[in-house]
Design a protein around this ligand. Structure first.
Ligand SMILES: [Zn+2]
Length: 133
């Protein structure tokens, strides 16, 4: 379970992003980032799909193999961060999860990340991907 004890996040252990879809599944790492309908819709926006019957390691490995834009880890980590932010906005501010905001945040985070790369192929690769968002 992903809830932190020191914050008052309510007493439910169910996925906030699925809630109130009946029946909301428990919030697990696997569910939140790979199995959650909201997360799957977000990932699909950028062309990443997950095999629902595989382990996390296998899922990430096979998605990385299918990915042809480069910088998979950077995009995966920032996309996951965005799912986490949408989850927190729902729990702590009661803001409905938004695929549009997720994508906007991903684009902004990737643009910031692009400043870290020198003007080389990674910079160009990332800039091209961000342009497609
Ligand atoms: Zn969910």
């Amino acid at each position: 379970m992903l809830r932190m004890r020191k914050y008052n996040a309510g007493d439910t252990w169910l996925c906030a992003l699925c809630h109130p879809a009946p029946p909301p599944p428990p919030e697990t790492l696997e569910h939140l980032f790979f199995g959650c309908r909201f997360a799957q819709d977000c990932w699909a926006e950028i062309g990443i799909t997950w095999d629902q019957n595989s382990s996390i390691i296998h899922n990430i490995d096979s998605a990385k193999r299918r990915w042809n834009h480069g910088l998979f880890w950077e995009i995966f980590m920032l996309g996951s961060w965005g799912v986490w932010k949408e989850r927190n906005a729902k729990i702590f501010e009661n803001i409905a999860p938004s695929k549009r905001y997720w994508k906007r945040r991903l684009k902004a985070d990737l643009e910031l990340l692009n400043f870290r790369f020198a003007k080389d192929s990674q910079n160009t690769q990332l800039a091209c991907f961000v342009f497609t968002l």
